[in-house]
Design a binder for this molecule. Structure first.
Ligand code: MIC
Ligand code: SF4
Length: 748
């Protein structure tokens, strides 16, 4: 965003915030200031945390190449000439990690040519900035170029909150939300509750930003942040670099939080200046009082936040989380005992650092500091070590400063500036399929099957410096903070804590940054989609609701336990067809654990009674017969990625209703947007009432109204029925989406 637009926003803030202070009758938190400053119509807007639906005007939209395909296809259906707000597309998710940066990027460009051509031509046409493959991971590139204090951004990726590290409200959403904002509509979100995290003490020694968030995940769990903003403040905050703050906000997505952010401070200023934005830093300094909470809030936070968590950074220990869930946290010193108790394989098969969460200069330098110590002591890495830099700037800078050489000396491979192994784009040949094994990374996600497609891989997440040290221990039983490993001379070797400056002393080195501006005349550009494409398919509108109740629907799947969007619509090889709804729908529920059988990806065919059948295949059979179906789900259903394929595929294959114990925010909205009815049990234990042969009706749909429970009847095989009540969170407008068949239909 141009600096004069930011200036206009800042200039408008004092008056808007004063109005809000008057109306609310109190001082404001930073989150509220940013939301208020972006209200579509402050006076008409109702403000009530956890209740009101906010209509906001966003400053930016960011898209990546996997979810961005659907976002753009939906935007194109709106028939606009240009994106109404500054937007960018980042090609990062489709590069497969195999042999190192340069070959992997070349291969990706050949393999994904069609998709890149589509994204490129659409970007040129609609006034969208285009970041080429290899330019970097969306969140790192956005942090380096676009994020700014006090801004509001949405992005079609759940880790969009990374920009909270620069004091921005940055929210992950589905592609439909992005398409609508780009079409010029106000963007809606539930007025979030606020968690205040008060930081005292100082980060020092081994402890890093990653430990703040992995620790907090242990405290709040993966659903603790749902429909909440996590706002960090307190004297400890200034001991964390801007990129460290980015790490914390990025991984706040794992809390299920709407977003996370820090108050503006001098660490943000230095980062802005180091990334060629000294003008924005100066402007933010000038408007500082509006880019932090009011003094009354800081003096008595409990009065202003719905929850308060206190973290003393000086007491915090390096933390490691996993396997299989990012909230399974413990200090590294307690890991060895747990590994023994649980019988997890202690040997580490791979160590990976980088990703959008942890690939700052500071992260790389601290990791290299550990690697250097080991090199000096003559130690050898015991496991493969993979590094994914977040951007071309980071890559060029670590190359110039000898950091890359250090990683290569310990046998590490520097991969492309892309998501790679973090999203399952990792061609791994060292372990057999279904072979139980352990990996450690500095990434943010560790759901089963996430990195290498194998649910038998146990993935642990921790800071990059701890990952680097573990690579030399080769086992989870090694605690790099307190323990020793044998050196080549037989003597015990102990690492000293990692050290690094936060920003490169010589500034960031720049290579070919990989940005391409949109065409001057968009009208002259044609969007390239081959009608015979195997990768892209133009969207057909979903059918309108026929006005009838849903009667006696079969249960396609009742999922048990964690059902992330990775379980509903896996990534990895399926990324190839993210722009082709029909083809990607073959992956539907491949990872979901069937509550009736315990099997993943398979169920009993409601038409034939046959067991062990693929969900997508069964759904297609039902669809061919004109028979709708429903899904029963567990807690925090749809956690994780923002991919709306997890809602579009079920919708496309005939799903009418999803009833769960609870939803993750983005997925619930995605279901609504695509015309599916998301319900939650009024009584969580009602989940247990559903059995495989049951049929389920949802009645009174014509009277569907905000706040009014929905009536659900379970029909048992003998003719017995059980009536239960379910809740929904539809607003009037959203009921309109349901009736129209999708939000997009309602728009037209
Ligand atoms: C992720 O980290 O899960 C992803 C891959 O970045 C997703 C987006 C996607 O599925 O393309 C996300 O976080 O939203
Ligand atoms: Fe990419 Fe992983 Fe970040 Fe998602 S979490 S944007 S897959 S690096």
């Amino acid at each position: 965003m141009a600096v004069d637009q930011i200036k206009r926003l800042y200039e408008s803030m004092p008056a808007k915030l004063d109005r809000a202070r008057k109306r609310f009758g109190r001082a404001l938190t930073l989150s509220e200031k940013i939301l208020v400053a972006h209200a579509d119509d402050f006076d008409k807007q109702e403000w009530s945390r956890g209740k009101a639906q906010l209509r906001l005007r966003v400053d930016r939209v960011s898209l990546q190449d996997a979810t961005g395909q659907m976002a753009l296809l939906q935007f194109m259906q709106a028939g606009k000439k240009q994106a109404a707000v500054p937007s960018t597309v980042h090609c990062d998710h489709l590069i497969r990690a195999q042999s190192g940066a340069s070959e992997d990027t070349k291969r990706a460009i050949t393999e994904n040519n069609e998709v890149y051509e589509f994204l490129h031509s659409a970007s040129r046409k609609y006034g969208i900035g285009f970041w080429k493959p290899g330019a970097g991971i969306i969140h790192q590139v956005v942090l380096e170029n676009y994020a700014f204090p006090g801004g509001l951004m949405i992005g079609a990726d759940s880790h969009t909150p990374n920009s909270g590290g620069l004091g921005m409200v940055a929210i992950g959403v589905g592609g439909a939300d992005c398409g609508e904002a780009m079409a010029g509509l106000a963007w809606e979100v539930l007025d979030p509750s606020l968690i205040g995290v008060r930081l005292t003490g100082k980060l020092a020694g081994w402890t890093s930003a990653k430990d703040v968030i992995t620790h907090l995940l242990g405290v709040l769990t993966v659903k603790g942040g749902t429909n909440k903003i996590v706002e960090y403040f307190g004297p400890g905050a200034s001991s964390i670099s801007a990129t460290g703050k980015g790490t914390i906000c990025n991984m706040g997505a794992e809390l299920g939080a709407t977003t996370s952010l820090f108050h503006f401070d001098e660490r943000m200023s230095s980062y802005l200046a180091a990334t060629d934005r000294a003008d924005i830093a100066r402007l933010a300094e000038q408007y500082r009082e509006h880019l932090v909470s009011d003094p009354e809030v800081l003096a008595d936070p409990r009065k202003y936040y719905d929850e308060i968590v206190e973290i003393d950074l000086s007491e915090l220990e390096p933390t490691i989380v996993g396997p299989h869930s990012p909230d399974r946290a413990r200090p590294i010193s307690k890991l060895a005992a747990e590994v023994k108790k649980e019988g997890w394989p202690a040997q580490i098969k791979a160590g990976l650092i980088g990703s959008c969460t942890n690939s700052s200069y500071e992260d790389m330098k601290r990791s290299a500091h550990i690697a250097m110590q080991a090199l000096k002591a003559g130690l050898k890495a015991k496991t493969p070590f993979l590094v994914t830099p977040g951007s071309e700037r980071i890559y060029q800078t670590i190359k110039r400063d000898g950091i890359m050489e250090t990683f290569e000396k310990i046998g590490g491979t520097v991969l492309a500036n892309a998501c790679g192994p973090c999203i399952g784009q990792w061609k791994r040949l060292d372990v057999g399929k279904d072979e139980s094994n352990t990996i450690v990374s500095s990434f943010n996600r560790n759901f089963p099957g996430r990195n290498d497609g194998s649910a038998a891989t146990l993935s642990f997440l921790t800071s990059p410096e701890i990952v680097t040290a573990l690579v030399f221990g080769g086992t989870l039983e090694f605690d790099p903070v307190h323990g020793t490993i044998p050196g080549p001379d037989g003597k015990a070797f102990r690492f000293t804590p990692p050290e690094s400056e936060e920003l490169p002393a010589k500034g960031f080195a720049k290579g070919e940054e990989g940005y391409e501006a949109p065409a001057a005349d968009g009208d002259a550009v044609q969007v390239k989609i081959d009608p015979n494409s195997q990768r892209l398919q133009l969207l057909q509108p979903f059918p309108r609701w026929d006005g009838k109740d849903f009667l006696e629907l079969p249960i396609l799947v009742k999922t048990k336990g964690k059902t992330t969007t990775d379980h509903i619509s896996p990534a990895g090889a399926w990324l190839l067809v993210r722009g082709h709804l029909d083809k990607i729908s073959d992956n539907m529920f491949l990872g979901a654990v069937n509550a009736f059988t315990g099997e993943a990806g398979k169920g009993v065919n409601p038409l034939t009674g046959e067991a062990g059948q693929n969900f997508s295949k069964m759904a297609r059979e039902l669809k061919a017969k004109g028979q709708g179906w429903l899904v029963i789900g567990d807690e925090n259903y749809g956690e994780g990625s923002s991919r709306e394929h997890a809602a579009m595929s079920p919708r496309y294959l005939g799903c009418k209703v999803v009833i769960v114990r609870s939803f993750a925010r983005i997925h619930e909205t995605n279901l609504k947007k695509q015309g599916i009815l998301p319900l939650t049990f009024a009584k969580a234990s009602d989940y247990d009432l559903f059995e495989q042969p049951d049929r389920v009706s949802v009645t009174g749909l014509a009277q569907l109204a905000p706040g009014k429970p929905a009536d659900v009847v379970i029909h048992k095989p003998g003719g017995k029925t059980v009536a239960i009540q379910c809740r929904h969170t539809f607003t009037d407008e959203q009921i309109g989406w349901f009736k129209a068949g999708s939000a997009l239909n309602a728009l037209k």
